[in-house]
Design a protein around this ligand. Structure first.
Ligand code: PLP
Ligand code: COI
Length: 341
């Protein structure tokens, strides 16, 4: 067995079929044993709950190859816990935390040759998800579900890697007040697609969604949380009940406070404050930390001082510390890194 021969430095963020995926079924009130399978295809009833009423939740995490040749995952326990929260909100049976962590381990081991080499900028993206499988025609939760977890090697989420991106303030909302914005359910992403295509067709890389109740506060993008740096070096991250509690954002806050000695504020952030920040970025498993160069709204364009070629200095420090921890170059806080090999 040997690492696959791919052009690792130039991988896009795309799906590529790998060798094995994990499958477990929920039936008669309990989760059955999980197995690894070669088959990437799913066959379900035409009336399955996922197809009719969109009962699905998912997660996203990565496996990394370290400098010394080991393979690790990053805070998979938090993804397991968040998937439990998502399932509960969607009236689905939670997949147990320990089994989630074991499934991650099994899939990474079984696809070891697909874990990109250290230093290429590529990683093995893991996508756990579960969905309603039995026929449902009246509006109600299903009684049978499937949990699956596949792996796919990916490069940077944005085609220019970690160069600053330009985003626009969306005319659309991603989540409703008291809705499902704080969980990772496919339906939130379906909601964001029209806004996403509209932003791309106008030449923007992403959307900034505002709070749906007042359109005064900053929420998140379709797939990442925001981070901001004040002129005196404080990290500010938006707090809202309708955004996803990003594992990356929580980790960056910890790194800033406990490893870099920065002041950290997690609070509602008004849109009209943005022009006063020194640096801005987005963070997430797929996006890692990506700097924002420009934010465009109907009324104004906000340009951050670092410009469109490079990250600001504080964002760069956060980026290097986070990726250094994930790559095994910087000692991780207790419990963050799980060795698979
Ligand atoms: N917000 C949304 C809507 C996302 O889809 C993601 C990606 O998972 C994030 C934020 C970032 O979360 P995490 O850092 O846990 O990947
Ligand atoms: C992730 O970062 O894992 C996500 O699920 C975001 C998605 C836009 C790819």
């Amino acid at each position: 067995m040997a690492i696959k021969d791919l052009d690792w430095e130039h991988l896009d963020f795309d799906y590529r079929v790998t060798d094995k995926r994990y499958v477990a079924d929920f039936k008669n009130g309990g989760w059955g044993e999980g197995v690894l399978t070669d088959d990437p295809m799913v066959q379900i009833n035409e009336c399955a709950g996922i197809l009719q009423y969109c009962q699905e939740v998912f997660e996203g995490l990565k496996a990394y190859r370290t400098k010394d040749g080991r393979i690790v995952t990053f805070r998979s326990d938090l993804n397991a816990e968040r998937m439990i929260d998502s399932a509960k909100r969607m009236e689905m049976p939670p997949f147990p935390k320990e089994r989630f962590i074991e499934a991650v381990e099994e899939v990474v081991k079984a696809n070891e040759d697909w874990v990109p080499p250290y230093g290429t900028g590529a990683t093995l993206y893991l996508r756990p998800y579960m969905y309603a499988t039995n026929p449902v025609i009246g509006v109600k939760p299903a009684t049978e579900y499937q949990f699956r977890l596949f792996a796919t090697p990916v490069g940077p989420y944005f085609k220019n890697g970690i160069k600053p991106i330009t985003i626009c303030v969306s005319d659309y909302d991603r989540a409703a007040p008291r809705g499902t914005g704080f969980i990772k359910a496919g339906l939130n992403y379906a909601m964001s697609l029209h806004a996403n295509v509209t932003a791309h067709s106008r030449g923007f890389d992403e959307n900034m969604f505002l709070d749906p109740a007042t359109r005064t506060y900053v929420e998140e993008t379709g797939g990442a949380n925001f981070i901001f740096i004040t002129k005196d070096g404080t990290l500010v991250t938006p707090k809202s009940d309708s955004i996803l509690p990003s594992v990356t954002r929580r980790s960056v806050m910890y790194v800033a406070e406990h490893m870099l000695g920065m002041k950290v504020e997690h609070r509602p952030v008004r849109f009209d404050e943005l022009k006063d920040f020194a640096e801005a970025g987005i963070c997430g498993t797929a996006a890692v930390i990506c700097p924002l160069g420009k934010i465009v709204s109907d009324k104004e364009t906000i340009c951050f001082p670092a410009g469109m070629e490079k990250m600001g200095p504080v964002t760069e420090k956060l980026y290097k510390t986070l990726t250094g921890i994930q790559d095994g170059e910087i000692e991780a806080p207790e419990g963050w890194i799980h060795y698979i090999k």
